[in-house]
Ligand binder design. Sequence first.
Ligand SMILES: [Zn+2]
Length: 501
Amino acid sequence: MPKAQLRVAIAGFQHETNTFIAEPTRLEHFEMADSWPGLLEGDAVIEGTKGMNLPIAGFAEAAMAHKSVTLAPILWCAAEPWGKVSDAAFDTIRRRIVSGLMGEPRPDGIYFDLHGAMVTQSFEDGEGALLQAIRDAIGDGIPIVVSLDMHANVTWKMVELADALTIYRTYPHLDMAQTGARAFTLLSQIMNGNRPAKAWRQGNYAIPLHAQHTGTEPVRGLYEAVSEQDHGQVSVDLALGFTASDIADMGPSVVAYAPDQRWADMLADNLANRLKAAESYFDALLLSPKDAVAQALALRSDKPVIIGDVQDNPGAGATSDTTGLLRELISQSAPSAVLGLMHDPHLANQAHAVGVGEGFEAAIGGTHAGDAPLTANVTVEALSDGQCVYTGAMYGGGVATMGLTALLRLSGTGTRIVVTSIRNQCLDQAQFRHLGVVLEEEAIICVKSTAHFRADFEGLASHILLTAAPGAFPCELEKIDYRYLRNGVRLGPIGPPMRAQ
Ligand SMILES: [Zn+2]
């Protein structure tokens, strides 16, 4: 007999770890607000994420529509992608989640909003380690459903320890809240006594993120196939993986849930076979910064050309301050160009100290290994506190926290840069417009983003070009010095196979 009133504990702990960054992600990175809110506890988990395109917000909204469900929010946090999560941060957050679950009354079900590519100093499968700690504490009886980012590197351990996983199906991630709502449906079915059989398959080639855009084939077709399967007690999902986590399980994977094992295996095999068949259809070509700027100038029309600086995406752990593309804009005398978001707290502070209309000699960005600051005279055109309300489809309504921010012109050039004090991915027009930039009037808009920028910038652009300017999020997989991937997985579609050293 199902219980009349169900208590559901909810928590979130999101990190996408770039293991090529030596510096760890610390507790304070989870506590601070950036593109997303800072660490939230108790009822603030629901209040502080309400209406946002976040999985936990979608889950809570769906759950609260049911009078028979009482939510017990524990904690939610996320840090901007960066190096391995420090043991201290992981232990602290894990302990708080476990102790929240051990309170009385015990929950009837648990939902976790996780990313699925967290690597800690001690665990290459951070989510697996978290779920293990939770199962050790609460046992196997209480159902757990987890939502994951579509850049998750899904491991068997995650599949084994959770009753069901469900994964975003869009990149840019427009469906984060929707995925949370789907997790509620899955958890409800399981709390009602229908525990599904599960199947997991791994793909045998890694896919660079700039080729994972769900608006482009073959990825579009793969996700159409995912959505077509979704009905009743059947659920199928596909994660395409996060390539900057150098771990054995990096790469795409399929999960399937169905009333019996044969059915789950069949669904997983079908999708895994489609993934296999798609391999030769990916286009992962990137332009050099020189060619990207030259092409953008040649393509000029009444609409801007957008250049994605895909390897310096802070949303994938990069420093967001490399100068390769900026140097090309200057050397090719781009007539009107704007570039964002350059993370340089010192420079932003200097601009705030001198004020609008003033100029000074600046050393811009360049902290990434092999890069160097670009020295130039700049004029301050606008200043802000870096708080702006997102207006695009992905984060619309949420607030960006960029710290002291400035719009600077490189004197004597047509190029301007937006400089921030907190790393944020450039993915929403408001990040430029709140400083008075009229994006339609620019010939070239450069964004430090891999694909999320498409959600809000695609409509503005005559063309989108992607460049491999230097950055800490390498996208040409065959050039990456991987150490820990499983033997044989190919580095990119039709790429060379990994050979363990
Ligand atoms: Zn993602």
